[in-house]
Design a binder for this molecule. Structure first.
Ligand SMILES: [Zn+2]
Length: 160
């Protein structure tokens, strides 16, 4: 059996990583610090645990969010990338090239959970192209987002 290798990185492609080996627990954290760090309702994180993490392009910048924890992000595009504590590193799940494969199994910080989070699955849902007012804008949209795989030429070919 081969050792699992997973890759990921930020939206602009300036920071890329690989993780070799089996990842630890995947979770979402509702605590107020994770909400701020991700600019989101909660933070999806997977523990690196015994896997080998390598920053293969660039490196995160860090904000020391407490005496014990620092938060890593891309200094160019701002994508949240990781959580580093004395007991280990967590990687943001959605920055993996294949986030579908990393399934959360537990929630933390539920005392700070925003009251409407549990109602989101009950909201009406529409496909992106269902918004007719945005159709002409979407038809001409050119993505500058890094593709979900490693590439030699990115971001040199990127338009800025
Ligand atoms: Zn970036």
């Amino acid at each position: 059996m081969t050792t699992p290798l997973q890759t990921g990185g930020c939206q602009c492609g300036a920071v890329r990583f690989s993780v070799e080996g089996t990842l630890g627990d995947a979770s979402v954290c509702h605590c107020r610090m994770c909400q701020k760090a991700f600019g989101n309702f909660y933070a999806p994180l997977v523990s690196v645990r015994d896997a080998k993490l390598v920053w293969t392009r660039g490196a995160p910048k860090y904000f020391q969010s407490s005496n014990f924890v620092k938060r890593g992000f891309c200094g160019d595009c701002g994508t949240p990338l990781c959580y580093e504590a004395p007991d280990g590193i967590g990687l943001a799940i959605a920055v993996f090239d294949d986030p579908e494969s990393i399934v959360p199994t537990i929630q933390w910080g539920v005392e700070a959970k925003l009251s409407y989070v549990d109602q989101i699955p009950d909201l009406p849902g529409e496909d992106t192209m269902a918004d007719q007012d945005a159709a002409s804008f979407l038809a001409h949209l050119v993505s500058y987002q890094h593709p979900d795989h490693d590439t030699e030429i990115w971001p040199l070919e990127r338009r800025t």
